[in-house]
Design a protein around this ligand. Structure first.
Ligand code: ZN
Length: 171
């Protein structure tokens, strides 16, 4: 990409460099939801139009974006910024799970696990549950995104159905 821009479009290269420089300097993590934000608390967490009786845990900012685009959820979020996967060396210490626990306790609400677990990895869900407080639910198998599904590849209709048909985790 750098070679291409240097050879074909130097103004664009400069624009990209400045934009990246600005992002590196000013973008941090929202202290509530952990998503990228230029403010201490992001626009979504500051909004008074959001419902605070639901907290949805997603892996990446793109997942949050998908949920927002589907317009099927009005609650709060927590973005893990990664996938809990002990087999790949990403355990509880590598993700901000203590902050998730703090947020779940602060809101004291139902927590929806909208994370992508594969069949072989049941442990991450058990670990995550520990950090989500006592009322935890997840999407059902029927909507086909509970196990091994990638949230960002799910259409809006299916996502809306998943939110409606979520099921409490009791195991
Ligand atoms: Zn936020």
């Amino acid at each position: 990409m750098a070679y291409h821009l240097l050879q074909r479009d130097r103004p664009a290269a400069l624009h990209l460099a400045r934009a990246l420089d600005h992002a590196v300097e000013s973008v941090k993590h929202c202290s509530k939801c952990n998503n990228f934000s230029e403010e201490e608390i992001c626009v979504l967490c500051r909004s008074e139009r959001r419902e605070t009786d639901l907290l949805c845990v997603v892996e990446m900012p793109a997942d949050l974006l998908m949920m927002e685009q589907a317009q099927c959820y009005r609650g709060m979020y927590f973005v893990l910024m990664g996938r809990l996967s002990p087999l790949d060396g990403i355990g509880a210490r590598e993700l901000p799970l203590e902050r998730l626990l703090k947020r779940a306790q602060e809101l004291s609400c139902e927590v929806i696990l909208a994370t992508n677990f594969t069949v072989r990895e049941k442990q991450p869900r058990i670990t995550l549950r520990h950090y989500c407080g006592h009322r935890v639910s997840r999407f059902t198998h029927r909507t086909r995104i509970a196990v091994g599904g990638e949230l960002e590849h799910v259409d809006s209709g299916t996502l809306a159905q998943a939110v409606l048909e979520r099921r409490a985790i009791t195991e």
